[in-house]
Design a protein around this ligand. Structure first.
Ligand SMILES: Nc1nc2c(c(=O)[nH]1)N[C@H]1C(S)=C(S)[C@@H](COP(=O)(O)OP(=O)(O)OC[C@H]3O[C@@H](n4cnc5c(=O)[nH]c(N)nc54)[C@H](O)[C@@H]3O)O[C@H]1N2
Ligand SMILES: Nc1nc2c(c(=O)[nH]1)N[C@H]1C(S)=C(S)[C@@H](COP(=O)(O)OP(=O)(O)OC[C@H]3O[C@@H](n4cnc5c(=O)[nH]c(N)nc54)[C@H](O)[C@@H]3O)O[C@H]1N2
Ligand code: SF4
Ligand SMILES: [Mo]
Length: 702
């Protein structure tokens, strides 16, 4: 446990420093604990923490209310005759052992699937990968980050040679001259970041926002590029065209550090402002103004999020925007570069250490024999036993329909709400012969389960996460686990023992797992070997890569070269392509989905917090009054939205802050309120990211 400090404001209380349970900002906060009961009673921001400097958002200030919440699952649940009955851990484990062994014997080990998540610490995420491959022996493992960071990962790997979400530490933003934000609603989704832009603007920095909606983020922009959903690579190519034509290219940087400039120059030749405007729907003057603003800035940062990534061409979009920073010579320098906003709390670390279908710890590839050899030795198994690469999250759920995966263990995710084409996914979950879910609140996915295992919340265990900057930080244990709940690492280790693999999972605490992870990541791209719990505490976090104990960590990556075979970055030269589904006579409008400030992801955590539900109780269809009048709809009336997959009813919310051809619906609700019933499971060919951000929809007054 971390050092406690007495709360000077309230007698009988202590403060324990930790970080928020929600987004990738991982804001620093102190949890208030009642000394007499040991219960969590409140939260206060940490002023000394460099990323949020005393600020928290509405989710952050209420995060503590999860810990003592009456909805917590306190004992294992087993479904009998369609109803959950409380059971002992032994009973639950007996059943899991019997079913997993039966199914593996009958259909092979690959019939077992593991579906992980990155609201967990690095220690737990690492162990989920090891559990799938060593305890269950299956190749079928993937995780919810597939729907989140996979296109950023694919784009950065291809252009920069490595997948670290940010090339610079956040406090640098204070010194940047221009921010180019694409598909990020920072004000609602990474609220404590927006102040970095406000403070920048106070000293004259410019803000450019590319978003089909005039979000609270776009409202403060110097230029708002209100593009049609699905046209990002066209917009980025159009900006590159102007930068090249008007002499904004850093020729020296490009000559020394970048491949593919001539090809890019040739390809973007046709992306004149006129052509770009026609494709994207953004006025030519705005495109030109944005290009000049970005081109003239000495220190600029291109930043993006799911708006550009959750598309069939998410990887291309990431590459096309990264091109801008590369031709301007911005990457690897102070207060400039490129960054994607990490979504979930440990969206960065959780994708580095082997939860992904094709990756082993430290970003090692399962397809590389040397990597398999090394990790097998760390895990104490024969390399021949290591399962090969599996398939992506949506494909794994889909494969249940083919009988490929027959049992599944979902750990820290709610795919019944978060997956595209949700009704198809519900049928798959129903079809499973056996489903185990680890969660602390009964989720829509857990309702399909045969066994639900109660886990601890983030406040009841310790470990590390890696924030949006790439800074590895420490989550501290605040109180003892509620009821009979256990940390995920302990549950997985105990099931491993039941699967006769206990000797590979002998851990007494999270730190032992971290020490194994350090060794497993050693020599990989995401090298954590030099990071220890003490060092994190001493240095306010440690940026990876950190290859040895004397190494201070790496706040700035790519200062001298890129981790590619020739040390140079590769421009992504891609023409623009249509979205997977485009408007037609039958489905004439565009549907896009995303978030609101008051809810988090599938909503399983935030729909239980009174304050947040009062602020935003249900989903709605946000549209322009001109679109509404076409369908004779008024504010507050019910509209039926229908896509090729399903239809549902929602209340209309009118706003002029959205394109006239686009409907926006937040996705934080399940069952009949789930907009994912309508979304398109069309996948990016590289990242296997579904196209949550664009599909064709029709409206009917209901
Ligand atoms: N309040 C809140 N905060 C969160 C979360 C949450 O659920 N709630 N979740 C966290 C997680 S896991 C994530 S991944 C992040 C997500 O953070 P963001 O990516 O910022 O959030 P989204 O609302 O998904 O999408 C951002 C914007 O993309 C725009 N957009 C839609 N289509 C397009 C397009 O084709 N091109 C462009 N350029 N923009 C488009 C939308 O209008 C939206 O404003 O937030 C994190 N923070
Ligand atoms: N239409 C549409 N769909 C989307 C998106 C979109 O923009 N539009 N965005 C996608 C994105 S970016 C994301 S990240 C996904 C998220 O999708 P999900 O992963 O399904 O969403 P969460 O609500 O985070 O689910 C996490 C679950 O784990 C539980 N949990 C939290 N911490 C722990 C823990 O430590 N251990 C265990 N065992 N359980 C824990 C929570 O209670 C919750 O039930 O949704 C995706 N789906
Ligand atoms: S910005 Fe993210 S990390 Fe910070 S308080 Fe809000 S949800 Fe938590
Ligand atoms: Mo996400």
């Amino acid at each position: 446990m971390a050092t406690e400090t007495k709360n000077l404001h309230r007698k009988g209380e202590s403060f324990i420093p930790t970080h928020c349970s929600y987004c990738g900002m991982q804001c620093g906060m102190n949890i208030r604990v009642d000394d007499a009961t040991g219960n969590v009673v409140g939260i206060e921001p940490r002023y000394e923490w460099p990323v949020n400097q005393g600020r928290l958002c509405p989710k952050g200030v209420t995060a503590y209310q999860q810990v003592e919440h009456p909805d917590r699952i306190l004992r294992p649940l087993i479904k009998r005759n369609g109803k959950f009955i409380e059971a002992s851990w032994e009973e639950a484990y007996d059943l899991i052992e019997r079913k997993f062994k039966e199914i593996a014997t009958k259909y092979g080990k690959d019939a077992l699937g593991v579906y992980g998540g990155v609201s967990m610490t690095n220690e737990k995420c690492y162990l989920v990968g090891k559990y799938a491959r060593v305890a269950l022996g299956t190749k079928h493992i993937d995780y919810n980050g597939r729907y989140c960071m996979s296109s950023a990962a694919g784009g950065f790997n291809a252009t920069l040679g490595m997948d670290r979400g940010s090339t610079l530490p956040w406090p640098d933003l204070l010194h940047s001259d221009c921010f180019f934000l694409a598909g990020s609603n920072t004000a609602e989704c990474h609220p404590t970041s927006i102040t970095w832009f406000w403070r920048g603007r106070d000293r004259g920095a410019k803000l450019i926002v590319a978003d089909p909606r005039e979000t609270p983020t776009a409202r403060i922009a110097d230029v708002h590029l209100d593009l049609k959903p699905g046209t990002d690579s066209a917009l980025a190519n159009g900006i590159a065209h102007i930068l090249i034509k008007e002499g904004y290219v850093d020729n020296e940087y490009v000559a020394q550090r970048v491949n593919g400039f001539e090809d890019l120059e040739k390809m973007v030749e046709r992306f004149t402002p006129e052509y770009t405007s026609r494709l994207t729907g953004v006025a030519q003057e705005k495109i030109i103004k944005a290009a000049h603003m970005y081109g003239e800035a000495e220190k600029s940062v291109v930043m993006f999020a799911r708006g550009v990534e959750q598309q069939r061409k998410g990887v291309d979009n990431v590459g096309s925007y990264t091109n801008l920073a590369l031709i301007r010579g911005q990457i690897g320098k102070f207060a400039s570069g490129v960054a994607t906003f990490t979504g979930q709390g440990n969206g960065q670390g959780g994708r580095e250490h082997g939860q992904k279908a094709d990756l082993l710890p430290g970003y090692r590839k399962l397809t590389e024999p040397k990597a398999v050899q090394y990790i097998s030795q760390v895990w104490g198994i024969d390399p021949a036993e290591m399962p090969g690469p599996g398939v992506s999250a949506y494909e794994m759920l889909d494969s249940i329909h083919q009988g490929t995966v027959r049992a599944m263990h979902v750990i820290c995710s709610n795919p019944a709400v978060s997956s595209p084409n949700a009704q198809h996914v519900w049928k798959a979950l129903e079809k499973l012969e056996f489903l185990v879910v680890n969660d602390f609140f009964l989720s829509e996915t857990a309702e399909f389960a045969d066994v639900v295992l109660p886990t601890t919340t983030w406040a009841e265990d310790e470990g590390t996460t890696t924030n949006t900057e790439g800074r590895v930080i420490k989550i501290n244990q605040i109180r003892k686990p509620a009821g009979e709940s256990k940390p995920d690492w302990q549950i997985l280790s105990e099931i491993a023992a039941r699967m006769d693999r206990g000797k590979h999972f002998e851990y007494e605490n999270a730190e032992q797992i971290f020490n194994e992870l350090r060794v497993a990541s050693k020599g990989g791209k995401a090298d954590y070997y030099g990071i220890t719990y003490e060092k994190i505490e001493k240095q306010q976090g440690v940026f990876w890569p950190c290859p040895d104990l004397d190494h201070p960590g790496t706040p700035y990556v790519y200062q001298d070269s890129f981790p590619t075979p020739d040390g140079k970055a590769n421009l992504r030269v891609v023409d623009w392509q249509e979205a997977g589904e485009i408007q037609s006579k039958e489905f004439p409008e565009i549907l896009t989905t995303g978030r609101v400030v008051f809810h988090y992801l599938s909503g399983n955590q935030t729909r239980r917090i009174d304050f947040l539900m009062e602020k935003c109780p249900e989903p709605y269809a946000e549209m322009h009054p001109e679109m509404a009048s076409k369908y004779n709809l008024q504010d507050g009336e019910e509209v039926e939205l229908e896509t090729r997959r399903a239809k549902m009813k929602l209340k209309v919310r009118l706003t002029k802050a959205i394109r006239k051809d686009t409907v926006f619906v937040p996705y934080h609700w399940g069952k009949e309120l789930s907009i994912n019933q309508l979304t398109n499971p069309c996948l990016d060919p590289v990242s296997r990211m579904p196209e949550f951000k664009v599909c064709a929809v029709r409206l009917r007054k209901s």
